[in-house]
Ligand binder design. Sequence first.
Ligand code: NIG
Ligand code: FE
Length: 413
Amino acid sequence: MTQRLLIKNASQIVTPKGNSAVRGADMKDVAIYENQSILIEDGTIVAIGDNPAWEKEIPTERQVDAKGKTVLPGFVDSHTHFVFGGYRADEFLWRMEGMSYMDIMERGGGIANTMKATREASEDELITHSLDFLKKMLAFGITTVEGKSGYGMDYDTELKQLRVMKRLEELQPVSIVRTFLGAHAVPPSYKDRNDEFIDFLIRDVMPTVAKEKLAEFCDVFCEKGVFSIEESRKLLTAAREQGFKLKIHADEIVTFGGSELAGELKCTSADHLLHASEAGIKALADNGVVATLLPTTAFCLKEPYAAARKMIDSGCAVALATDFNPGSGFTNSVPLMIALAVIYMGMTAEEAITALTLNGAAAVDRADRIGSVEVGKQADLVILQYPSYKFLPYHTGVNIVETVIKNGEIVHR
Ligand code: NIG
Ligand code: FE
């Protein structure tokens, strides 16, 4: 029997439109429907309108009254590192006292610190730890999250992180897109032997990840003092040959050329971009690479924000994501991210919505299925407590998500 759900009389339904990333000036052109309803059948949006017959046909327990409320597409957090062992609260406070992220990393802290704890954690421990984070994400309206490996940097632990994400998909409602980030740092056992480590990943780890379909994307931390442009190019090129789609951590700490490399390789997304050059921004726009910006990381690192306004004005498709991780930004607060994007990065509320929905979906290659409220799309929806999307930045830093619908079912309220 067809399972139906009716979201009725929403004060506003606000959504970007289409099946691909929205670029440049088009990012602000969201559709706004007033006092309309959404009809869902078997997890798919089948109609948007105000047909009075729907209320009569559908049992009341399958109706959600959205009067006075705003409906948006479910949020897509397209860049996180949410599966990890241990915490790094001390490092956060050291940074506040003036130590830099790279100072801490060079002294054996940072990613290497989380690597030890993640290697030691069992699969079940990682599952329990991650379930708590996923529950918090859902409450913020995140219906799809990307998660990366990269805290193992050895064969067993990289696979363990990816398998944990695969198991987590069965245990809770948030969809998880898996990314292999073996090249997150050079582990101590390969110190000063970057080449050999890259070869190890390509030869010994990637084929298993590909064969067992444990990840859809491959990513690399392309940064001064981590992986060079040449090393990143070699890894990503091999990854594409083995069937992965590509992502890159680019120009996060210094201007390094990662954005240009993303353009050259036509990566699906280039992420961070705090220090992307003019040529780098152009390379992203020209090659249709989604520019994924992570404002809470810049905030927690006390770094300047990425040039969102300039990127949009240059024709880029910008996505917003949390980068949730135990080091550079231990926060998955969507309201904080929206506040930073609108208050400090010059994004409009409409652009922020597009960035967090359809462009986030494009950054994980799902824009044909999710990211907008349109007939034919999967019914992943967020209902806000207030009658206008403008409350998202206006009720600054406060979570106003009231109800979350995943695949046509209420999963949080
Ligand atoms: O995106 N830059 C590299 N990776 C993460 C941080 C990971 C960590 O510090 O544990 C990031 O900021
Ligand atoms: Fe990251």
